[in-house]
Design a protein around this ligand. Sequence first.
Ligand code: HEM
Length: 469
Amino acid sequence: RRYPPGPKWLPIVGNFLEFRRRLSEIGYHHLVWKEFSEEYGDVVGLKMGRNLVVAVFGAEAVKEVLTREEFDGRPDGFFFRLRTFGKRLGIVFSDGQFWQKQRKFSMQHLRNFGFGRKEMEEKIEEETKDLIAVFKKQCSEPIWMHTAFDVSVLNVLWAMMAGERFNINDERLRKLLKIVHDAFRLTDMSGGMLNQLPFLRFIAPETCGYNQLVDVLVRMWEFLQETISEHRKTLCSSHARDLIDAFLQKMDIQSDSSFTDDQLMSLCLDLFMAGSETTSNTLGFSVVYMLQFPEVQKKVQDEMDEVVGRNRWPTLQDRIKLKYTEAVLMEIQRRANIPPLGIAHRATRDVSLFDYRIPEGTIVLTSLYSVHMDHKFWKDPLAFRPERFLNKEGNLEVDEKYFAPFGYGKRRCLGESLAKANYFLFFTALLHNFYLEKDCDGPEPQLEGYDGVTISPKPFRAKLIPRTD
Ligand code: HEM
């Protein structure tokens, strides 16, 4: 068995230069990979600097990788360790027993603090009320919408993690979230230039993104350190107020050496980053789609008026009846492909995949984009057509093999229930309260966003017209 097909490797850099050349023409990492798949098939093998990188395409191959234990590893290397003090820590880029333990701990304690339960919904409702009130105050002018949900979305997670919330206009947090957005645009899922050719940080620290990345990390560490120190000072051994407290208590019992100061910081960093960026971008794009497809916006509002009425706001209990609205939310996720390549996996031993041999340590990328844009299954994948998720009777019909915005398998998104609840409640609250219209004096809202680990909406404003009827 042989390594998957791909372009010829050059000494030292492998396919690095060819990838960069294509990227400068095409503009998006996932579309460069798509081009490779058109030339070489559903399993493509490259060498990027020192890393072997295999990418898989189509529902069959993606599901195969995401459900096989031997692909449950995460990449290692300079870029991935930079975030976590040169060690393999955190939850997103750790693996093996360490990851299993940390994932279980985080899930269990987030649940204790409301995650996936009624308390979470109540918390989201509070945040939606607050955000809508801010919009109502500001809506005489068009409002910048691409990052409008950032703080509110983070507040829901932060309540469970750190027991606090931020004012929607909190300047420091807004700045922090802005640099997190920028950081997501600096690199790509294979670890980017810094992982492939780490010596570049000495020769071209600016161009390879090293300086900017370190700047983001230092600011994040400072912010998290303050929060953790505050918790340490006021910790009570018999009562945990939030996830940080629960972690500190576990550290104090000293029953498990994987619970350390560095790990607490890394865990917070991972949850902060994974939890804020993806959901805010999805909500940002949902506004773009509603501006570009006003007829869909109207149908959502009509459905909500009929099912929920005008006397109260939609709740999670209404979801089951708001079928068209749910179909719209799914279609936005399918079409916008916020994490187009999911999160990189790693082969934990030599494995065979279909007819190919994948050596231990190979980084494996799963093109969720290719699943959502599969021509055979979706027929017209580029079209924005929420009805594709509804059957003849008007009921939701989803084939999970072809719709996997949160991935599958053991490394499936840990925040899925929170993300879905946030997405539904913020979106419906916005459309319940306002008609959304384009701001003709501002930049046109773009369906295609900025490239990066996650695709993010380009800046745009919208006119929010209160629905008074
Ligand atoms: C719409 C919003 C979101 C989307 C589309 C999304 C999508 C994903 C995807 C595709 C993965 C990778 C699965 C894989 O490795 O194969 C992932 C992993 C992850 N997500 Fe999310 N996510 C979202 C929101 C959240 C939120 C709110 C949190 C916060 C709690 C979160 C935390 C994580 C974590 C910690 C992982 C890594 C899990 C692991 O490696 O075991 N995500 N997410």
